[in-house]
Write a protein that binds this ligand. Structure first.
Ligand SMILES: NC(=O)C1=CN([C@@H]2O[C@H](COP(=O)(O)OP(=O)(O)OC[C@H]3O[C@@H](n4cnc5c(N)ncnc54)[C@H](OP(=O)(O)O)[C@@H]3O)[C@@H](O)[C@H]2O)C=CC1
Ligand SMILES: O=C(O)C1=N[C@H](C(=O)O)C[C@H](O)C1
Length: 265
């Protein structure tokens, strides 16, 4: 039995992970972690997730329960993720990191710590988005510099980071494929007299509203035609499914920071 600890247990994704893991024959939730002042601390995480009591209380002390678990699934905030990653490294366990929104320094910390354990990290755990990442690479390779490239994402009004981790990943893949440096060519929204579009820029735009689970479009705009590749998230299930697959996969993985593509394809 794979013993899973869910971090961010009372959040939108944490609840999906508790539900999803509880449906797996080879997995069980053994720990549930939340922010130290969270109002649902002490409640049964099964009740929190709407699946009934499973005998696991929500707590805030990860080091105290790490010995009971094999793998941690993390959907929290960047600062919480780094603290938890350090805890998991110290305990020699495994981790699946899904949190997005790091600044450069935080990302460097993750990249320094994560290779010390078997770890999967991805800004999007769904099969659909990861197929789309391959598709946009293929298209960008064929179209090259002849088409203008723009990335547009739309998410629910509770999302705190912008643009989405997935949109950033897409922009990175596009920049790499087109032999450009994203920090030089990335344009994050446009406002005012910004001048004509430069040939190599990659536009990245974020829309926020309602309960959108997450849409991503890459536009390749030429002269006389355009190609649009879109993925629409109808709910969060594909994201939870991917994270659970990653948790199972990482149990047999060597130390290192692995991409979700290694899990899914
Ligand atoms: N890679 C992927 O496939 C996906 C990634 N994400 C990313 O995952 C993250 C979480 O998303 P989502 O579930 O929608 O967000 P939520 O805000 O619903 O959930 C995050 C949870 O983490 C909790 N949290 C904050 N600090 C800590 C801490 N120190 N210890 C433990 N828990 C903590 C929050 O508590 P509180 O409310 O008290 O702050 C909250 O309950 C985001 O970065 C999002 O972009 C989301 C979906 C898919
Ligand atoms: O916050 C979300 O909801 C999501 N976040 C991830 C991201 O930032 O890309 C993945 C997915 O789009 C949902």
């Amino acid at each position: 039995m794979i013993r899973v600890i869910v971090n961010g247990a009372c959040g939108r994704m944490g609840k999906m992970i508790t539900q999803g893991v509880s449906e797996q024959e080879d997995m069980q939730i053994v720990g549930a972690i939340e922010f130290s002042e969270h109002p649902q601390l002490g409640q049964d995480v099964g009740e929190v997730a709407g699946i009934g009591t499973i005998g696991v209380p929500v707590t805030s002390d990860l080091p105290a329960i790490l010995d009971d678990g094999d793998v941690v699934i993390e959907f929290t905030s960047p600062s919480a993720t780094i603290e938890h990653l350090q805890n998991v490294v110290d305990a020699g366990k495994r981790m699946v990191i899904a949190t997005t929104g790091y600044d450069e320094e935080e990302l460097a910390q993750v990249h320094a710590l994560a290779p010390q354990i078997p770890c999967v990290m991805a800004s999007n755990m769904s099969v659909g988005i990861n197929v789309m990442l391959q598709a946009i690479q293929l298209v960008a390779n064929v179209l090259g510099d002849d088409y203008d490239v723009e990335v547009i994402e739309a998410h629910h009004n509770q999302k705190v980071d912008s643009p989405s981790g997935t949109a950033l990943r897409m922009a990175e893949v596009l920049a790499q494929t087109l032999d450009r440096n994203l920090s030089e060519v990335g344009v994050y929204g446009r406002h005012g007299i910004v001048g004509k579009r430069t040939k190599k820029e990659i536009g990245i735009h974020a829309i926020r509203g309602g309960d959108l689970a997450g849409d991503h479009t890459v536009l390749f705009v030429g002269t006389g035609d355009r190609l649009e590749i879109t993925h629409r998230g109808q709910n969060r299930e594909p994201l939870a499914r991917g994270a659970i697959r990653a948790a199972r996969w990482v149990m047999g993985a060597p130390k290192g920071l692995h991409d979700i593509a290694e899990v899914l394809f």
